[in-house]
Design a protein around this ligand. Sequence first.
Ligand code: FMN
Length: 99
Amino acid sequence: MDVFEAITSRRAIKHFDPAHRMNDAEVTRLIEAAMQSPTSFNIQHWRFVTILDPELRKELRALGNDQAQMTDASLLIVMTADVDAWKKEPQRYWKNAPP
Ligand SMILES: Cc1cc2nc3c(=O)[nH]c(=O)nc-3n(C[C@H](O)[C@H](O)[C@H](O)COP(=O)(O)O)c2cc1C
């Protein structure tokens, strides 16, 4: 698949099979792919929080406009960020950059 086909055929999926389970290798592969996302100065200040507890997922669903995918998708990841990361020795982000 070329990049334009990937862009035009991509869709936001709304309905999931609640009985489907992903294995650890699949979850790791997805998170490792997400970690390829670019960040300013390669700061990589995202934090991926995987929500496993079904009761917690129900609570999040209630907070998220009762959207079924919050409990029914086989994986729920909350994306957070360390917004103070830039204050923590920012020089280290470019220490290996070519002059
Ligand atoms: C910032 C943002 C927030 C979104 N939030 C939700 C959401 O809370 N629930 C949901 O089902 N879809 C959400 N979507 C997906 C949009 O509904 C979807 O991208 C849009 O309808 C276009 O459909 P497509 O992505 O299949 O082309 C969100 C999309 C964006 C960009």
